[in-house]
Design a protein around this ligand. Structure first.
Ligand SMILES: Cc1cc2nc3c(=O)[nH]c(=O)nc-3n(C[C@H](O)[C@H](O)[C@H](O)COP(=O)(O)OP(=O)(O)OC[C@H]3O[C@@H](n4cnc5c(N)ncnc54)[C@H](O)[C@@H]3O)c2cc1C
Length: 522
């Protein structure tokens, strides 16, 4: 269908973090995007607060991090206290990954501002606030969105319209999982008075609570609502101030927001229905204990955007979009399962269970190698593709994982590997220039992927002074195929013969490039 029959390539419903990140990544790939947001103004109150290193890496890659540097608190220690206020666990070493501390916080409105600013610089992306999507219909060629006063026609639409997604409801998709009976009072304070700058879990079965510092002298407090509590009372200024004072939070702070939340662990039965896709909270929701809500939406964007861009650019057949849910769901299950277990473990109200937990934590703490192991390693399940047909797992133990992004030296200047990989696929030759060893068939496959080729430690311009990549891979020389979302798709030995990449043709539904077709007919 000709281009003039479409107002844009992709319509995105909702300008929360997931919608903005998806739009930004599609826009950077040259796709024409229209983001539709029903609210006139962005949210000004914080919701998500905790980051992990992968979120920071994603923000750095799309050029958002440097816009909002003052909006983070990095490298947070964490302490668990028992009912008597005694320290059960004190973790001061923060795990590190991709050049970031794996534990920190941010102010969500600033993050959304940074994403919106980056989008505003892309002429192919339009953000329309104050525009509610009333209905979506699709046929074989396009999606048509009813905007009340008009329509918008797109090749695909991504619903990033939040946990109560009207699009998911209109599609009649089940939102499978559970809603927890416990409710929490969530309070964001200003002019923080708490005497410590770390995270505290108050593992008191009488009323479990936690507190987390945030940027701009803010601090979040969360208190479990107990059976018999009056919701109006426990969200009142006086009650909240009294609980915070009991936990050492002082009195002179301001209250930015106080709200009662119920937590859910749910997944949409499908993430794709024809030309309509779901992402972020519209597709899945998780309790916040592991800080994996917003992060999950950003991972969705990372997984989906390059596939969608590739389909629109004619690189892949549309069937690659069917890999989106199977690639995302296992990690979502692991992260949500971890959040549920963490919540239950820390926040139990059963005295015997609490007693056993306290003993267990003390026991682990008293064995330094065990304590250090837990302290050093980020326990939140990572973004790993274990069973996807889009990676050749048996090739190497690092396949399916996010590639490290060490600081390299390019003609004497420092640069992270991420900056050299570019926005698409890349073949990294470690100790070998890819051009010198690739056969004709593999070169053709890489052309069809649009892959960038680069050699590290080959005697050329790019050096790895610390040997970090070779150490991470445990092999050299090697050829490493990296997807746009930084997942390692394959690791090959140079000189193992031509046709090693043939598996990609079927797995990625790779199309013949127009130029190759022309050559064939000539
Ligand atoms: C108390 C609390 C604490 C949390 N803590 C964390 C944390 O520490 N770490 C973390 O990673 N996550 C956390 N989260 C989760 C995180 O806030 C969400 O996962 C994240 O905001 C979801 O982003 P989203 O873009 O998918 O959806 P949303 O941010 O909900 O955005 C959806 C957007 O769609 C718009 N919209 C809806 N319907 C329409 C329509 N018909 N037309 C046009 N626009 C529409 C809405 O106005 C909204 O702007 C927390 C959440 C809560 C509630």
């Amino acid at each position: 269908m000709p281009q003039e029959n479409f107002d844009c390539d992709v319509a995105i419903i909702g300008a929360g973090p997931t919608g903005l990140m998806t739009a930004l990544q599609l826009g950077r790939a040259g796709v024409r995007v229209c983001v539709l947001e029903k609210r006139d103004e962005p949210f000004t109150t914080p919701r998500a607060i905790a980051y992990d290193a992968e979120l920071m890496r994603s923000l750095r890659t799309v050029g958002v991090l440097e816009r909002i540097e003052a909006s983070f608190v990095h490298d947070l220690g964490v302490r668990y206290l028992n009912a008597k206020g005694k320290v059960l666990w004190s973790s001061t070493q923060c795990p590190q990954a991709f050049g970031f501390a794996a534990r920190g916080t941010y102010y969500q409105p600033d993050l959304e501002r940074g994403l919106s600013e980056a989008i505003a610089e892309l002429p192919q992306v339009t953000l329309r606030r104050g525009t509610e999507v009333r209905a979506v219909v699709q046929d074989d060629d396009r999606v048509t969105l009813d905007l009340g006063g008009g329509t918008l026609r797109a090749r695909y639409a991504v619903a990033c319209d939040g946990g109560s997604s009207p699009t998911r409801a209109a599609l009649g998709l089940r939102f499978e999982g559970e809603t927890f009976t416990e409710k929490w009072v969530v309070v964001d304070t200003l002019e923080d008075q708490f005497p410590d700058d770390g995270i505290f879990f108050f593992c008191d079965p009488a009323r479990p609570a936690l507190t987390v510092p945030n940027a701009g002298a803010r601090r979040r407090w969360e208190f479990l609502v107990l059976p018999g509590d009056d919701e109006a009372e426990v969200s009142s200024d006086a009650w909240v101030r009294a609980r915070i004072a009991e936990r050492g939070g002082g009195a002179g702070f301001g209250i930015e927001r106080c709200v009662i939340y119920t937590f859910h662990a749910r997944y949409a039965a499908e993430f794709r229905v024809g030309r309509l896709l779901l992402a972020g909270d519209a597709a899945h929701v998780t309790p916040p204990f592991a800080g994996q809500g917003l992060v999950g939406g950003v991972r969705d964007a990372g997984n989906l955007a390059w596939k969608l861009a590739g389909v629109l650019q004619g690189r892949f057949g549309p069937e690659i979009l069917d890999s989106y849910r199977p690639e995302r769901l296992p990690q979502l299950h692991r992260a949500t399962g971890f959040a549920v277990r963490l919540g239950g473990f820390i926040m139990t109200r059963r005295p015997v269970q609490a007693w056993m937990r306290d003993r267990l934590m003390r026991l682990i703490w008293s064995v330094p190698p065990l304590r250090d192991y837990i302290d050093r390693n980020d326990p939140v399940p990572h973004n790993v593709q274990r069973h996807s047909p889009l990676v050749r797992r048996r090739a190497h133990r690092r396949v399916g994982r996010l590639i490290e992004t060490p600081e390299l030296s390019v003609a004497g200047r420092a640069a992270r590997l991420d900056a050299l990989l570019g926005p698409g696929f890349a073949l990294v030759g470690l100790g070998v220039e890819p051009e010198t060893v690739l056969g004709r068939k593999d070169r053709d496959t890489l052309d069809r992927l649009g892959a960038r080729l680069l050699g590290v430690e080959t005697g050329g311009a790019i050096r790895d002074p610390q040997g970090a990549l070779a150490k991470w891979l445990g092999r050299r020389p090697a050829l490493v195929l990296v997807r746009p979302d930084r997942i390692v798709a394959d690791v090959m030995a140079p000189g193992a013969g031509d046709g090693q990449l043939d598996w990609l043709v079927g797995a990625y539904a790779l199309n013949q490039p127009a130029i190759t077709k022309e050559k064939e007919t000539a």
